[in-house]
Design a protein around this ligand. Structure first.
Ligand code: FES
Ligand code: FE2
Length: 450
């Protein structure tokens, strides 16, 4: 599939391998701007997207023990994820079959039953109705079996727990396409979640997710990164619901006219020095004969993990530590992975189309013999939440980005083939909402328009 196909339909894009730089024959891909603020469009997403897609709800560490429960909310939908006494993971719609009150809020441990706080109907951890107070009032033919909690599909990929409200949806394995197989060498099962941060973002959920779906913005928004990443040769691949970008760190961007080892070292410290345990600028170590700055940084990351955390990364080669794989799973999931890190970002709709909820989940390789334990979950206002130097820049731009898309002269986004994963989000949205591609691109771009 050639680069020029990127401007076409979703079917055209499936299986497409592209590099960051290239031309889209026929001009940019135009996407209507009102998808980012229209209440009517948001309502269509609530009706036709969120109840039908696989989405990350929590980590395995949130529900590792029998009796663990976790409430997942997306927009108006709420799902209870339960680890049963038999060790099975199950999920249910969070609604009591009496008069629809939600059964539980938040999360819990060592739970034996789910008891509705309104009138006291009781369910076991398999979702079966087991107790109805003043039973006689419902007549002799109350069929408790028929009043089990509505089940929700639940499955895992590595340490991530996914749910899908649609009982007839394709399996998670099918939905994730080639991604689990392509990333299997990373042994995701050995990552454990130690913390999550949730914050309100002042932008549409797609605007948040889009920022994690392209590297085109590195040269402007993340200039500090250019000393330590090759953003130009980062290859991308699009499947159907999924896409990926592979970015090599520990080398300078070809965009920089002048760079040396100190440039690479300084840039890496500023943008992700905590991976090496170094956050203050210092002279770059001299690479040994035949070694590069990339392998120096990889060795420092290994040493830091071994000395300060007892995590052994010796089985990984330098490139496996220094190449970041950024997977985007429709509609709202970004998974960042290298041999030493796993970070999950979920953008969910907020109360209005101008608001979103951003959840970041941080994982570490398990230490020998360490059981899964409940992560630290924090919820913070945006000005107090920190996701790291680079992601904070992504978040800081959201207020202005959302304000801009409202301007009456801005009718369409104009997307490059470098933004293929953003385009793919829209191609999938159109499929779920039943929008024909011809309706959106709307024929030739008017002269001088957006
Ligand atoms: S709504 Fe749950 S018991 Fe009445
Ligand atoms: Fe970014």
């Amino acid at each position: 599939m050639s680069v020029s196909a990127i401007g076409g339909t979703r079917e055209d894009m499936v299986g497409t391998a592209i590099t960051s730089v290239g031309n889209t024959r026929g001009g940019p891909v135009r996407i209507p701007a009102d998808r980012y603020w229209s209440a009517e469009f948001a309502e269509r997403e609530h009706a036709h997207v969120w109840p039908r897609v696989w989405q990350v709800a929590c980590s395995l560490d949130h529900v590792s023990q029998p009796g663990d429960i976790f409430e997942y909310r997306v927009g108006r939908y709420s799902v209870i994820i339960v680890r049963g006494r038999d060790g099975e993971l199950r999920a249910f719609q969070n609604t009591c079959m009496h008069r629809g009150n939600v059964l539980c809020t938040g999360s819990g441990q060592e739970i034996k039953n789910l008891r509705c706080p309104y009138h006291g109907w009781m369910y076991d951890l398999r979702g079966q109705l087991t107790g109805v107070p003043s039973h006689k009032g419902f007549g002799e033919n109350l069929n408790q079996e028929a009043l089990a909690l509505p089940p929700v599909q639940v499955d895992t990929w590595g340490p991530m727990v996914f749910v899908n409200l649609d009982p007839s949806a394709i399996s998670l394995a099918e939905y994730l396409e080639s991604v689990p197989q392509e990333s299997s060498w990373l042994d995701l099962d050995s990552f454990q979640c130690y913390a999550t941060i949730k914050t309100e973002a002042p932008a549409n959920w797609k605007l948040v997710a889009d920022g994690f779906s392209e590297t085109y913005h590195l040269q402007a928004l993340h200039r500090e990164m250019l000393g330590s990443v090759d953003d130009i040769d980062a290859s991308q691949q699009i499947w159907g619901h999924t896409g990926v970008s592979h970015q090599l760190y520990g080398v300078a961007s070809p965009r920089l006219i002048k760079s040396d080892d100190q440039t690479i070292w300084d840039s890496f410290i500023i943008t992700q020095g905590e991976r090496m345990g170094i956050t203050e600028s210092c002279p770059a170590p001299e690479p040994a004969e035949g070694k590069t700055m990339m392998s120096v940084i990889a060795d420092r990351i290994k040493r830091h993990h071994k000395e300060s955390k007892g995590i052994d990364l010796d089985r990984w080669k330098s490139r496996e530590i220094m190449e970041l794989h950024q997977y985007n799973i429709f509609p709202n999931l970004t998974v960042l992975m290298t041999a030493d890190l796993l970070q999950v970002l979920c953008a969910r709709p907020g109360t209005t189309p101008d608001e979103a909820e951003l959840v970041g989940m941080s994982f570490e390789r398990e230490r020998a013999g360490q059981e899964r334990t409940r992560p630290l979950d924090v919820e913070l206002p945006m000005d107090q939440a920190s996701f790291g130097f680079v992601l904070d820049q992504d978040i800081d731009v959201l207020t202005d980005a959302q304000r801009g898309v409202h301007q009456p002269g801005f009718t369409h986004l104009n997307l490059s083939c470098e933004e293929a994963r953003v385009i793919n989000t829209h191609r999938n949205l159109e499929r779920y909402l039943g929008i024909e591609p011809s309706e959106i691109t709307g024929g030739p771009t008017p002269e001088g328009s957006n």
